[in-house]
Design a protein around this ligand. Sequence first.
Ligand SMILES: [Zn+2]
Ligand SMILES: [Zn+2]
Length: 207
Amino acid sequence: MDKSQARGESTTGVSEWKQRPPYLVHEKNDDFDVKYEANCHCGKVKYQLSRREPLDSKLCHCTTCQTQHAAPFQWAAIFHKTDINFTNGHHDLEWYDPTDKSIEHKLPCKVRCSYCHSPIMDEGRNMILLFPSLVHLKTDEDKAMFKPRCHMFYGQRVMNIPDGLPKWSGLSDSSDLIEDSPPEKVKQLERKREEEREKRLKEENNE
Ligand SMILES: [Zn+2]
Ligand SMILES: [Zn+2]
């Protein structure tokens, strides 16, 4: 099947993906509130962002990111699919689904520029993970907004980053905090898990 014939969880029909976020192109009078501009290395793919502060910003050390980005780890900022507006080249994108090793448009998938192959984003089912290296961050405040807030899959790291940020052994919030994670965060997590355990026990006893 041709890769332009979108298929998968939430895409049906030929090129239907072009009509919905994150690929929906806004008209000039849509009052899309532009906070940032971004582009791939060759400049064929250009986009804007309407949200100033990412929902989250993380460094991922998983081996898939290492291979896909040819780097020791990946830096991604999380946005809603409606926060992005492609102003150029959104038809010049190609997809890769690392789970099925497929180039069809199935979620979640990696999205790249089809010309220079710069990674543009990871498209999830509900969110997009953008690569801040493509975003023009002009002021120190902008840079602070995108500053990584945690490390994930730190258990798979190729190097130590002793920066005092929380470090999840696997997926953030659903694995363990390891290495030099802030001790108060570790205690907080232990307390939270203990509370959840007690709640579960109570529920089981009530059944
Ligand atoms: Zn490009
Ligand atoms: Zn990863």
